[in-house]
Design a protein around this ligand. Structure first.
Ligand code: C2O
Ligand code: CU
Length: 688
């Protein structure tokens, strides 16, 4: 069973135990002795089953069970044990005395029944419920505040139940418990009343302390076991000064682009029109294709995107001042404004660009384009050779349910002579993963997230899962039969390649690709020496992803959280230049989180404890599926303040974003905590 499945089973068992304890209490209240006894037995069994599921989950990692082991189970254990030891024998006796239907007149329960049994059983139910609620609303890590609030709520509910249960329920005259008021009608002096008042006071003060702790300021920085901020402020450098080169490398060319953000009605090849946010009126924006060593110079202007825009070079390790993170590396570009990006193309491969301002909306509506950097020797090779290649850049984007590949909806077709080397550069610009299948030819995945793999082997009939933001370069030689690129098992769309001369109309039947096994990139290609030793990290950060109630941009929300917090309250991760930094990324939630760090290639060390055993795998966006634990590492060689976030952009907007902060780097742009992909921007006119 995967950890994700185990998490679901554990939730289900937890829910069952809540139901069993509560219905057992209710059955006693309705004087159904035998039913109550059966439910009590069920509650005990389900609770023991819960102990088992939690123990199994604990084997997958402490992060998955911490709040259950430290709070939920102890609370339930104590309340359940009291219920079994005190109410159990009474129920047993009552069930023996019960007539056929198992329903007893109140007097037949004997002294003190059923009120105390009702309270005990329901309290066990409240404890079980509180544990489940803590898991869903607070999660990891467990805080004193959460424990105090949960504990006092359970006690308060128990006290309240005791009061209600102690009140004569009807006027049949067979009430078997003392009324709250003393017989002479004088209120406030009965022992019961005293206990409930004192108990209430204790519960209230505990709860208040818990709520108070909730507002304690968080640490603003995590050091991951390394030294804290150095005090030598003389060494400080501003991100505004961390700009890219102004000239190409020797032999390179200055490539100038003007990208203007504007709303536009875009007509897709099918005739369908979309109201898009575009660069230069087209989706995707103009492709940027250069040769390594060239200078990329892009003037970004904004015509009428009121949210403001930027350009973020996804996966490209530009100097921080070119990174396009509004409020951190630059001011957002508002309508009428402009910003010029310039950096050297010194990294070969397939990348993309997109706005980083309110990106959950901006990217979805079309503010994205492709960035492809080819090696210089390819260009120097004679024109004839290059002309023989088929090199297709295929960004995949979904506009309101319509899949658009490189600007085309519906199926795209290409013809090329058999034997032509083909390279397909697939880019997922959506917030959810896509499943790809290449039918009709063996192929190699030659690059992942722009970086070449070491000796990737030939594969066929495998599925490829492309994370949000991720890229795969697939290469093969064109066979003399047709090839189909199938996306998400949709056989009508996708891309078809035909050898020259093949009849266009007559399509070869494409096999059903849905059952093809998924290629695991952690075990693909051949090992090679990595440029640094990930086992000797200077700092180690743990990122536990979940949903919880947390503050996001100053307002409480049911957030997408990192270590129980939402942006911008998640502590910055402090690193120093030269550090080897390790991250453990844990997904406790039931959704996939494509984790993305700006400015650095991320070396995948292991997933769920299994080391990456194929080619060194460098990614900038890796899918952390429910229950998964990824160990990854970077060499901190690119000083700056870098966004580190979930690339399911709505998740980032809902809090799942933090910053990797190099010691000594500062930002003049509105503070590091005012902007994010879903942010409201700095200027009031961008508020929404
Ligand atoms: Cu492609 Cu911070 O994003
Ligand atoms: Cu996410």
């Amino acid at each position: 069973m995967t950890t994700g499945q185990l998490i679901i089973v554990d939730h289900a068992v937890a829910l069952l135990s809540v139901a069993a304890w509560l219905t057992a209490g209710v059955a006693v209240a309705f004087r159904r002795a035998r039913l109550a006894l059966g439910l009590l037995a069920a509650a005990v069994l389900v609770t023991l089953a819960r102990v088992t599921t939690v123990a199994m989950l604990a084997g997958r990692g402490w992060w998955f069970v911490q709040e259950k082991v430290l709070l939920g189970l102890p609370m339930l254990g104590a309340a359940g044990l009291a219920a079994v030891l005190i109410a159990g024998p009474r129920l047993l006796a009552a069930a023996r005395r019960a007539p056929e239907a198992g329903i007893l007149a109140s007097r037949a329960w004997g002294d003190g029944m059923p009120a105390s049994s009702v309270v005990l059983l329901l309290t066990a139910g409240y404890a079980a419920l509180a544990g489940l609620v803590v898991t869903f609303l607070a999660g990891y890590p467990l805080t004193w505040s959460t424990a105090l609030i949960a504990g006092s709520l359970v006690c308060a509910a128990a006290l309240l139940t005791a009061r209600v249960a102690a009140t004569p329920a009807d006027t049949t005259g067979d009430a078997d418990i003392a009324p709250i008021q003393a017989p002479d009608g004088e209120p406030g002096f009965s022992r019961r009343r005293f206990i409930s008042l004192a108990g209430g006071a204790v519960v209230a003060s505990t709860g208040t302390t818990g709520v108070g702790l909730l507002f304690m300021p968080a640490e603003s920085v995590a050091t991951g076991g390394g030294p804290g901020r150095s005090s030598s402020s003389g060494a400080a450098v501003s991100v505004a000064d961390l700009r890219g080169a102004g000239a190409p490398a020797p032999g390179g060319t200055r490539r100038q682009y003007a990208l203007t953000a504007q709303t536009a009605t875009v007509r897709l090849p099918s005739g369908r029109e979309i109201q898009a946010w575009t660069y230069n009126g087209q989706v995707p924006g103009p492709p940027i294709t250069v040769t390594v060593g060239d200078l990329i110079e892009v003037t970004l202007r904004n015509t009428d995107i009121d949210d403001g825009v930027t350009l973020h070079w996804h996966g490209y390790d530009v100097p921080c001042g070119e990174d396009g993170a509004p409020g951190v590396t630059q001011d957002v570009v508002a309508p009428g404004e402009e910003f010029v990006y310039h950096f050297r193309a010194d990294q070969v491969g397939t990348y993309w660009y997109h706005t980083h301002q309110a990106s959950h909306r901006g990217v979805r509506k079309g503010l994205y384009g492709t960035l492809v950097v080819t090696p210089r020797d390819t260009q120097q090779a004679d024109e004839a050779a290059t002309a023989k290649q088929l090199d297709l850049t295929l960004p995949v984007h979904t506009f309101d349910g319509t899949v658009v590949i490189a600007g085309q909806d519906g199926r795209t077709e290409h013809t090329t002579p058999a034997g032509t080397p083909v390279r397909l550069r697939l880019i997922n610009t959506d917030s959810d993963p896509h499943r790809l299948a290449l039918a009709g030819t063996p192929f190699r995945v030659t690059a992942v997230d722009g970086r070449d793999l070491n000796q990737p082997g030939e594969v066929r009939e495998v599925g490829l899962r492309l994370p949000a933001g991720g890229r795969y370069d697939l290469v093969f030689a064109m066979p003399d039969t047709a090839v189909a690129l199938v996306l998400d098992n949709d056989h009508d769309g996708g891309v078809r390649l035909r050898p020259d001369g093949a009849a266009a109309g007559e399509d070869p039947a494409v096999e059903d690709t849905s059952g093809w096994p998924e290629l695991d990139l952690l075990h693909y290609g051949e090992p090679a020496v990595a440029p640094f030793d990930a086992s000797k990290a200077d700092r180690h950060f743990t990122i536990v992803l979940d949903r919880a109630v947390a503050m996001v941009d100053g307002a409480p929300a049911y957030a997408q959280t990192v270590n129980g917090r939402g942006h911008p309250s998640i502590p910055d991760q402090l690193v120093a230049k030269g550090d080897i930094v390790r991250f453990t990324v844990v997904n406790r939630s039931l959704e996939t989180h494509p984790w993305h760090l700006h400015g650095h290639p991320v070396l995948i060390v292991s997933r769920d404890g299994k080391p990456s055993s194929g080619s060194p795998l460098w990614m900038d966006t890796f899918d952390v599926r429910p229950g998964q634990v990824w160990e990854v590492a970077i060499a901190a060689t690119n000083p700056g303040i870098w966004m580190n976030h979930c690339h399911n952009l709505p998740h980032a907007h809902q809090g799942m974003m933090l910053q990797l902060h190099y010691d000594g780097v500062t930002t003049p742009f509105g503070g590091s905590h005012t902007s994010h992909p879903g942010g409201t921007g700095r200027s009031p006119r961008h508020g929404h």
